[in-house]
Design a protein around this ligand. Structure first.
Ligand SMILES: Cc1ncc(C[n+]2csc(CCOP(=O)(O)OP(=O)(O)O)c2C)c(N)n1
Ligand SMILES: [Mg+2]
Length: 285
């Protein structure tokens, strides 16, 4: 919780951009803000270049508002639509080669533990479904098997959106996309179940429609990853551009999926992780 990290050196106040000054004066660093506080502070992602109505943009906004320690968090991203937004994010972040994100996050977390043994440094992977379940799957799974203390968040838009609409392992069976015109031939991969079997201490499925729940789950996932072990969140984040719906229909899209049973909020926690969270709650009293 060290705001000094961001402090402007004396004499430079006048030449720093207004947005930076806003972050120093009204940003969330050291404040313990959450989704409920949106609209009352300078957010960590503004003026991003993602499409209007982009589900990823909504998810990222909510993730960033829910980080327990934004000033001591490093986000590891991967190639894909979200990578376009990361240059606008006021949290330290690394862009890794497509699919390598959990290997990079592993090295980073281990190095931070050695370099700052007495400090909390949260390493959070935020990557697309293609990066997570397809091309990066071996790196993702092995970070879970090894029980690395990192959080993995998948921005699941059920497509390779950034490259014009190929199917991913997370697309629904029969999904038709620009570059999958005959429809996907196998079902959506059950990665949350795989994550549980691979040793994640906390696994969740949620979407921006359940904004408060999403905030809570991001927080839980990061806190549990600090002490107990790897955690995984899957955020359904529909893509208006590739799934061809209007930019004001993103939330409706999620509601439709809740209704037809193809999307459901889910949470899994190991007894050890549950005990750990209960201890934190107890400490607050
Ligand atoms: C090593 C490597 N392989 C392939 C690509 C091409 N590529 C860039 S983005 C992308 C798809 C990304 O899909 P996803 O991870 O779901 O992210 P989205 O764009 O949907 O947010 C691909 C295949 C690349 N940049 N690097
Ligand atoms: Mg995708």
């Amino acid at each position: 919780m060290n705001k000094n990290l961001f402090k402007i050196s004396p004499g430079y106040e006048e030449i720093m951009p207004a947005e930076y000054l806003d972050l120093i004066n009204d940003g969330p660093y050291g404040k313990n803000y959450g989704v409920d506080d949106l609209g009352t502070f300078k957010e960590l992602l503004e003026e991003h270049p993602l499409c209007a109505g982009c589900g990823l943009a909504l998810s990222m906004r909510l993730i960033l508002a829910s980080l327990p320690n934004p000033e001591d968090t490093i986000i590891v991203g991967s190639t894909g639509c979200s990578a376009l937004a990361f240059p606008q994010v006021a949290v330290q972040n690394i862009h890794s080669l497509f699919g390598n994100q959990n290997a990079v996050a592993t090295g980073l977390k281990r190095a931070l533990k050695l370099r700052f043994p007495d400090k909390i440094k949260d390493v959070v992977v935020v990557a697309g479904d293609g990066a997570t379940v397809d091309i990066g799957l071996d790196m993702v799974m092995h970070s879970w098997f090894r029980k690395e203390n990192i959080t993995t968040i998948m921005l699941d838009n059920e497509a390779y959106a950034n490259t014009g609409g190929q199917e991913s392992g997370m697309s629904q069976e029969k999904a038709v996309l620009n570059m999958a015109p005959t429809g996907k031939k196998f079902p959506k991969i059950a990665l949350p179940e795989v994550a549980q079997a691979a040793g994640c201490a906390y696994v969740g499925e949620v979407s921006p429609l359940q904004a408060k729940r999403l905030g809570k789950m991001v927080r839980n996932a990061i806190l549990i990853a600090r002490e107990i072990g790897p955690t995984y969140l899957q955020l359904y984040s529909p893509c208006p551009t590739n799934y061809k719906f209007k930019s004001n229909e993103t939330m409706q899209k999620i509601k439709d999926r809740v209704k037809d049973g193809t999307f459901k909020v889910k949470e899994y926690i190991t007894p050890e992780a549950e005990q750990f969270l209960a201890g934190i709650e107890e400490g607050k009293k």
